[in-house]
Design a protein around this ligand. Structure first.
Ligand code: AP5
Length: 193
């Protein structure tokens, strides 16, 4: 299965991706994790991305498209993958469509986590508290506000994009974590049937 998890910061994309990796043996491809690793390594990409991420802005499309394009060429994604945090703009989505069409591996489903934006701050604060001194540079109230604004402006249009493609499923991301997983599972089990 080839899936996208879509949703604002703190919607639960990473949490549900971890569940899907376990249950369906899929690879999680998180551009956020890849970029944080690049920042930590001090690579050229990391140097370009670090400041933007800290401010809650998006890393330029060409850089993330190149990153995901390379990652999708690895053999370990043959069984399927979950894109977590990519695409985030319409141009990223168009580049992905082209890439997967060339590989003859179309997407199966886009799972959009619908959440109450007022509650995202609580989740991010909780994650920061639980991160044992390893708090993400963008997990603070000011940057979160920016990340949500960027989501609404640049990423939310993907809901219409994938609705038109006909592969969008919207899930109640405000339900408890295990219920969100159950909702996703039943959609995926239908897909496999
Ligand atoms: P990225 O790492 O992708 O971060 P994000 O989209 O802001 O998402 P988060 O990781 O904050 O949240 P999540 O939805 O994964 O929630 P989680 O499961 O952790 O991106 C970071 C930055 O990198 C971007 O701002 C940008 O600069 C750059 N970037 C990345 N991709 C890019 C791209 N494609 N293009 C350009 N730039 C890019 O859950 C959060 C918390 O809530 C956890 O504590 C969890 O336990 C809890 N929780 C989860 N679900 C529930 C639930 N149902 N009920 C209660 N609590 C819950």
């Amino acid at each position: 299965m080839r899936l996208i998890l879509l949703g604002p910061p703190g919607a639960g994309k990473g949490t549900q991706a971890a569940y899907l990796v376990e249950k369906y043996n899929l690879k999680q491809l998180s551009t956020g994790d890849m970029l944080r690793a690049a920042v930590a390594s001090g690579s050229e990409l990391g140097q370009k991305a670090g400041g933007l991420m800290e401010r809650g802005e998006l890393v330029p499309d060409d850089l993330v498209i190149a990153l995901i394009s390379e990652r999708l060429s690895y053999a370990d994604v043959a069984h399927g993958f979950i894109l977590d945090g990519f695409p985030r703009t319409v141009s990223q989505a168009q580049a992905l469509e082209k890439l997967l069409a060339e590989k003859k591996q179309p997407l199966d489903m886009v799972l959009a986590l619908a959440v109450d934006q007022e509650r995202l701050m609580e989740r991010i604060t909780k994650r920061a508290q639980e991160s044992q001194g390893n708090v993400r540079a963008d997990d603070n109230p000011e940057t979160l506000k920016k990340r949500v604004a960027v989501y609404l402006e640049q990423t939310a249009p993907l809901l219409d994009f994938y609705q038109e493609v006909g592969i969008l499923s919207v899930i109640d991301g405000m339900a408890p974590i295990s219920e969100v997983s159950t909702q996703i599972s039943s959609l995926l089990d239908e897909l496999k049937a």
